[in-house]
Design a protein around this ligand. Structure first.
Ligand code: SAM
Ligand code: DTB
Ligand code: SF4
Length: 343
């Protein structure tokens, strides 16, 4: 038998046995090195044990504070260290946030994620964000925020306000991290993630690929995510959006099949997590996205804008789901019928 082909008994491995926090690098690299079809087959088999393979969760994003960030993340258009021509804006009024959340809900989003270009928010910022969280939750949406590094009292204030998820990405391997960011450390990231977990918030944590990192960096990122004390509930896999003016504007584009492999390995390492096909979808073909869903992605950012960069139009995504025989989670039949796919 082909040694790359597992015995049927291995594939029938129970999901509980597949949930591990002790992955070592050679195991993760071996998954990346599997023949493509074998990797996708294994990922899809495990995916089906944990999820309805025709269902996709959709989250919409809103930038509630834009630009002028003190951090120097080499990928980010919002860093004050680079001139990207971005128009910055202070913290948005709550009424404007509610309006955007209502629109996202009307389009079929079930989670609303509010992002702020902060290194770390001040306590007075947290009080305003807490108001936003409570108001968005009252619309019947799940809430997520991503605000940078948090203190213990801040995570508790957000929890108190009813926050469901906190997004804070590891972004890459620890080794490559220091090549793309100098103003904070990997440990800073891990410390905030620990505070978020301890406050009882659900963790959304993933990374970016296509930044010129090596295959080993990508394997280490996924290993680090899976070896956290709990697997993140959501794992966003972003493809770098190359923005003019950032140090990574000319990064070599990643082979789309390597991106699909990254999604498949994320699914195998974190079987019960929502793996989100995140930034960079505007530059992906429908066929590449279909392969990502086959590899176990079951969540997207939905709506024409990410934080500052573009994203496919909502109607285009609904048309794609229709073509793939997939459906957005949490939509009642009446709402699905009112959402027009074709314009
Ligand atoms: N400032 C907070 C932080 O960095 O945690 C929250 C906002 S930050 C924009 C959220 C995430 O967006 C980053 O961790 C990174 O993964 C992603 N991101 C930023 N710029 C990106 C780009 N050009 N392409 C892909 N993902 C990007
Ligand atoms: C995540 O992992 N990706 C989203 C969300 N979490 C906050 C952000 C993507 C940002 C892409 C570049 C931009 O829109 O500025
Ligand atoms: Fe600031 Fe976040 Fe952008 Fe880094 S990724 S520059 S922390 S907004």
């Amino acid at each position: 038998m082909n040694p790359a082909q597992p015995a049927v008994s291995d594939l029938a491995l129970s999901v509980d046995a597949a949930i591990r926090h002790d992955w070592c690098l050679s195991e993760v690299e071996a998954l990346f090195a599997l023949p493509f079809n074998e990797l996708l087959f294994r990922a899809q088999a495990l995916h089906r044990q944990c999820f309805d393979a025709a269902e996709v969760q959709v989250s919409s994003l809103l930038s509630i504070k834009t630009g002028s960030c003190a951090e120097d993340c080499a990928y980010c258009p919002q860093s004050a260290h680079y001139d990207t021509g971005l128009a910055g804006a202070g913290l948005m009024p709550v009424a404007q946030v509610i309006e955007a959340a209502e629109q996202a809900k009307a389009q079929g989003a079930t989670r609303f994620c509010m992002g702020a270009a902060w290194r770390a928010p001040k306590d007075k910022d947290i009080a305003r964000v807490a108001e936003m969280v409570t108001a968005v939750k009252a619309l019947g949406l799940e809430t997520c925020v991503t605000l940078g590094m948090l203190s213990d009292s801040q995570t508790h204030a957000l929890r108190q306000a009813g926050l469901d998820y906190y997004n804070h990405n590891l972004d890459t391997s620890e080794e490559y991290y220091s090549e793309v960011i100098s103003t904070r450390s990997y440990q800073d990231r891990l410390d905030t993630l620990a505070r978020v977990r301890e406050a009882g918030l659900k963790v959304c944590c993933g990374g970016i690929v296509g930044m010129g990192e090596s295959q080993t960096d990508r394997a280490k990122l996924l290993m680090n995510l899976a070896n956290l004390p709990e697997h993140p509930h959501s794992v966003p896999i972003n493809m770098l959006v190359r923005v003019e003016g950032t140090p990574l504007q000319d990064a070599e584009p990643l082979d789309p099949l390597v991106f699909v492999r990254t999604v498949a390995v994320a699914r195998l390492l974190m079987p019960r997590s929502r793996v989100r096909l995140s930034a960079g979808r505007s530059e992906m073909s429908d066929e590449m996205q279909a392969l990502c869903f086959l590899a176990g992605a079951n969540s997207i950012f939905y709506g024409e804008k990410l934080l500052t960069a573009g994203n496919p139009m909502a109607a285009r995504d609904r048309r794609l789901f229709e073509r793939l025989g997939m459906r957005m989670s949490g939509l009642c039949v009446q709402q699905a019928a009112t959402l027009d796919c074709c314009h």
